[in-house]
Design a protein around this ligand. Structure first.
Ligand code: IMP
Length: 429
């Protein structure tokens, strides 16, 4: 069964977009399973840079079906802008399909996102302000408006009336101006008209592709430790980025997944607040940020940078049943050495086996660091493992040994060509 989940193995921004692009041309279908336009996937190919937030990066391959799965929350305006921009950049694209069960993000979700962050005060999460949390809250509260309802004019009017009356009461309670129904309905009806041709029931579509033995790629967004249940709660997003989310957010069962490619950077980054055990709040952290241009695609915020955390990565391999790792941005570490990696955590003087669930404990944890030799070479010309200098290969071997997981891909630059596939058997079975 040639099915593959591409999952972020850390806190997001691991360069999943590039890998979806590299592997997507071999897939008949690419399905995104979680999140919304809080994600930012950059793909650099043929001298062009594409920035995706909602559309699966697989759309760049004509002949590929790109599905926005039921686990997603979709901002219609953002999606249309992204679609127009991508069409301007490239005339031949894959087919876009949007799940009728995906939820719609409205302006009141963004307003409530800001109000909730204010209410958290010092404990603010540092969300992307895209209304993601409030949109998922509506879904869980069984109050959300799904894509299928959105593109049905009669149903949409009725649902928006019902929901907006409630949301306006909430907004007024917080001292915000209510949203006028007519203007909102008119604006969003126009978006619905344009999106209607793309909206379908997608569960059977995906199931049938799997049953026909087609290559189906499940594209993750965000990362494992931003998962609502398995991440560093409450500093998480509101969906399920873990590999299991591919089942929840597309309509397949666990046995339909063959391989899980866990994408991790050769170091660690995190955007927004929350514990970060190996964070480097110093000149080395700044050097990584500068060399890696570690600034958010969605918000432009500087990302927090730190050493590779192998305790977290080991846990991630288990949480996602990762079959192979894709280690990205190895080139960025050139000239930084000597390098350090965390192999253990210490809490109150005791070695602990993995990440504590309590965020207060995680914030107190100290990393056990191991020093590894660095390198100064430019790696971007390497095309096979043997082209890489010995310290790089030792660094990669160390990751494999510590995580007990084979490395399937090494990425040494943003371009498609700057990718070394070491274990093709762990990608499409
Ligand atoms: P939200 O998803 O906007 O609610 O933000 C919740 C947390 O997830 C914040 O710390 C964000 O910075 C983080 N986050 C959301 N999407 C991404 C992403 O695509 N990459 C990295 N961090 C993200």
């Amino acid at each position: 069964m040639p099915t593959l989940v591409i999952v972020g193995a850390q806190w997001g921004d691991e360069a999943k977009g590039k890998l979806v692009d590299v592997l997507g041309h071999e897939a008949q279908m690419v399905v995104r399973y979680a999140g919304g336009n809080n994600a930012g996937h950059t793909v650099i190919t043929g001298g062009q840079t594409f920035k995706f937030q909602l559309i699966p990066a697989g759309i760049l391959h004509p002949g590929t079906v790109a599905v926005l799965g039921s686990g997603m929350v979709v901002c219609p305006q953002g999606l249309l802008e992204e679609l127009d921009r991508t069409r301007e950049q490239r005339s031949e694209l894959g087919e876009l399909i949007i799940s009728s069960a995906a939820h719609v993000v409205f302006p009141y979700h963004r307003m409530l996102d800001a109000l909730e962050e204010d209410a958290r005060g010092e404990n603010r999460i540092g969300t992307t302000s895209r209304g993601i949390g409030p949109a998922y809250q509506d879904k869980v509260a069984r109050f959300g408006i799904r894509m299928g309802e959105f593109v049905d004019p009669t149903r949409f009017k009725q649902r928006l009336q019902e929901v907006l009356a409630y949301k306006n009461r909430l907004l007024e309670m917080f001292g915000s101006a209510p949203i006028a129904f007519d203007g909102l309905y008119e604006e969003y009806s126009k978006y619905a008209d344009r999106l209607r041709p793309f909206v379908r029931d997608t569960e059977v579509l995906v199931q049938n592709a799997v049953a026909r033995n087609e290559r189906v790629l499940f594209e993750g967004a965000q990362g494992t430790f931003l998962d609502l249940d398995s991440g560093t709660y409450p500093y998480v997003t509101s969906s399920h980025p873990v590999a299991g989310g591919a089942c929840l957010g597309t309509g397949i069962g666990p046995r339909a997944i063959q391989n899980v490619l866990g994408v991790c950077k050769a170091y660690t980054t995190r955007v927004g607040s929350g514990p970060f055990v190996t964070e480097l709040d110093d000149a080395i952290g700044q050097q990584i940020r500068d060399q890696g241009q570690e600034y958010g695609t969605v918000t432009g915020r500087g990302r927090r940078c730190g050493w590779l955390d192998l305790v977290a990565l080991r846990h991630s391999c288990r949480l996602n049943s990762i079959s192979g790792l894709a280690v990205t941005r190895v080139d960025i570490l050139s000239g930084i050495g000597p390098l350090q990696v965390a192999t253990g955590y210490r809490l109150d003087g005791e070695i602990i086996p993995t990440l504590p669930t309590n965020p207060a404990d995680l914030a107190r944890v100290e990393a056990e660091l191991v020093e590894l030799e660095g390198w100064n070479d430019d790696l971007r010309g390497a095309r096979k493992l043997e082209d890489l200098p010995t310290p790089v290969r030792k660094y990669l071997d160390f990751i494999e040994a510590q995580t007990q997981t084979p490395i399937a891909i090494v990425s040494i630059g943003p371009d498609r060509e700057e990718t070394i596939i070491t274990r093709p058997d762990l990608i499409w079975a």
